[in-house]
Design a protein around this ligand. Structure first.
Ligand code: PNS
Length: 175
């Protein structure tokens, strides 16, 4: 049985992530969606919250994929989690060449730490080329509709966390 890990910050999960998770589940026997710490990012949601948002979002995967996918988290290294859980593959979505250098560096470091570990790069669906959690949060912070970009199940959570009406918005709302 080949177990693959889809690692990431998932702060929060987007439809682009869901697309990669779904396509991974179509290829591998089991997929662990793993929330990890990216020290370069200041998170909006706690790890526990991100896991919860991911678990809820799994309802949007097709039935046959859903049964193969588990959501988990770790505060340690990806390769240590992978060894402990019998996973030898990580799947990462690539949006554009801009992602490549960072992802390549991560893949090489992980291979150095765990030589049997493979990183598979999946080209993202062209529909989600421009999509990132950071951009979703920026758009949502301005009160704009981000339903097109994130699973419906987490829409309220994202808006409640990031949308901060400015005084002029309050005026417009007649407050
Ligand atoms: O969604 P992201 O932020 O691009 O995901 C990056 C992530 C969280 C997968 C990466 O930072 C990571 O693997 N963090 C765990 C620590 C680790 O194993 N780092 C690689 C060796 S330095």
């Amino acid at each position: 049985m080949t177990i693959a890990i889809c690692p990431g910050s998932f702060d929060p999960v987007t439809k682009g992530h869901l697309d990669i998770i779904k396509r991974s589940a179509e290829i591998f026997d089991k997929v662990i969606v793993l929330v990890l710490i990216n020290p370069a990012k200041t998170p909006t949601f706690t790890v526990a919250e991100r896991v919860e948002l991911l678990r809820r979002s799994m309802a949007e995967l097709p039935e046959d994929c859903r049964g193969k996918v588990a959501v988990d988290s770790s505060t340690g290294l990806l390769v240590d989690y992978a060894k402990e859980h019998g996973a030898r593959v990580a799947v990462k979505g690539l949006r554009a060449v801009t992602d490549f250098e960072y992802e390549f560096q991560q893949a090489l470091i992980n291979k150095k730490l765990y030589p049997e570990f493979e990183t598979v790069f999946m080209t993202c669906n062209s529909h989600y080329m421009y999509l990132s959690s950071t951009m979703v949060k920026q758009i949502a912070a301005e009160g704009r509709d981000v339903r097109e970009f994130i699973p419906a199940a987490i829409y309220e959570d994202v808006m409640n966390r990031v949308y901060r009406p400015r005084p002029c918005d309050a005026d417009r709302a007649g407050v």
